[in-house]
Design a protein around this ligand. Sequence first.
Ligand code: ADP
Length: 446
Amino acid sequence: MFNKVLIANRGEIAVRVLRACKELGIQTVAVHSTADADAMHVRLADESVCIGPPPARESYLNIPQILAACEITGAEAVHPGYGFLSENARFADILAAHKLTFIGPKADHIRTMGDKIEAKRTAVRLGLPIVPGSNGGVEDVADARRKAGEIGYPVLIKAAAGGGGRGMKVAESADRLEEAFNTARAEARAAFGDGTVYLEKYLAHPRHIEFQVFGDGRGAAIHLGERDCSLQRRHQKIWEESPSPALAPGQREEMGNLVAKAMAELGYSGAGTIEFLFEDGKFYFIEMNTRLQVEHPVTEALTGLDLVVEQIRVAAGEGLSVRQSDVKFSGHAIECRINAEDPATFTPSPGRITYYHPPGGLGVRIDSSAYQGYRIPPYYDSLIGKLIVHGRTREECLARLKRALGEFVVDGISTTIPLFQKLVDEPDIISGNYNIHWLERRLASW
Ligand code: ADP
């Protein structure tokens, strides 16, 4: 096992990783920008190193500075969290070249899955069903028009290097294709420095259901069930739950075993998430994330496993602590992403938290970096924490969520807590009858 791990991230996920390290008896190193000197992850770590000014590209994305921090502190491994350098294959390669361990999958797998066109090809090879589409990039508008005609409208134009819902545009019909194609390509170029786009059939009413997988680094892989992440705004998840209200009995095992087998065949190592759209009882692969997900605590609630501990074990060569047959799923869990945003307009609301009271009680977990007096800097993601609630049934879980949201007080800034308070009372949410378009439509009518 490692003696010292550096956490190349900030916010709630840095705190989350620190907690796992501490329980494993591993010394922790936090890195931070000058804007984050007072952040919780810096306070809780054994050591901390300032790695640059507020802009992420000069601090949290600054590879030479992170390497220097490893060298100064003697850290042997780096946990990248999610976002920032977590899906940067070059970073994984550079760490290896410096005899440091990247707590994540092999660089080649990050590279393959980071290119969505390549990822879909790999999925086909591994026997996973994919969304019908252009089978590769599209060259220009004429090519897109031809392929869209074959696929059938509406089509979705997606960035090969995509992420965070950017570079994605729907063309409802042929006369909208050119504009959608050009916008998607421009957005992809601006966001990822790569304008390669591809086409996919735009599914009318799917749910987003993803499977948590884990490769043990020794040739075997397991699955840890699914998460339903259909409640989204601008293709970004805000609420995740498990089990999915839409899965029929046996579907978890069937699909879970298929993805676990695929990951074993790939020789995948560490945590990963295989994302599918699910419509009319069928699964369609869209992408794979080669890292820990924001919503991983939902899986932890059901399985009792600590996913960060498992990541660290695999990276240290110790394999997983469980086999597939040891994994049991219990009850129901829901996660709400609490953002420092106006709950109606979603404009970011940085500033000082003047009063903070998180909820508690049975089955209530808060993963957050917030505290009373903390000043949320304006430079980063607006996620300030996650509320994860677990109950024996979905009904109990919803009642507990409503109770917990009622206790949650964050003053001085706006948060998305009031949005979730509305959602828990919605008949469609109570019945579990929602798809990826539900939230945007509901928001438009509020
Ligand atoms: P990103 O990596 O940018 O998050 P994804 O491929 O994971 O992109 O898709 C994000 C979300 O966009 C999905 O959860 C879903 O809501 C929507 N989406 C993606 N592909 C399709 C599709 N073919 N049809 C309908 N919606 C889609």
